[in-house]
Design a protein around this ligand. Sequence first.
Ligand code: PNS
Length: 163
Amino acid sequence: MGNSIAVCPGSFDPVTNGHIDIIKRALVVFDRVIVAVLKNSSKTGMFDFDERLDMLRTVFGDNDRIEIDFFDGLLVDYMKKKKIKVIAKGLRAISDFEVEFQMALMNREVDLEIETVFLVPSVKYSFVSSRFVKEIYRMGGELKDIVPEIVDRKLKEKFQSIK
Ligand code: PNS
């Protein structure tokens, strides 16, 4: 195994099969992937930070090419600390392109050495977003083909306790 490595950053609130698809695709290109969860987001999440990490660990726990980690503050600072140069992200649709392109260029503005690569998701997941997953569960729906089992269970628990 070589030494190439990329960071897949995100809020993962919660992790979906769309994220999993992109992380698996990143493993086709890179030897190792660090899944980096943003700790203090200005967005108020549905799952707290420990829950988001736990769900990721349940999903990826047995894969020694994947590390689950977190960061606080700027992504480029985390990458500098870890001595990693590549961010790998998925682009679902044209609508993602604009914001992802901005982020890639802003990150490069802060650190010239950082490269961002975009991976193409499976068509099956190209419409999936954590935001709408939460909305559907909140309103009593379920998406067993779209989220891992642990996430399906956690979402149901979460909304049962709210009701
Ligand atoms: O899953 P998300 O919410 O789309 O992920 C966005 C994330 C966490 C990758 C992005 O918001 C981020 O990197 N935040 C950390 C703060 C930072 O570096 N901001 C500069 C962005 S140009």
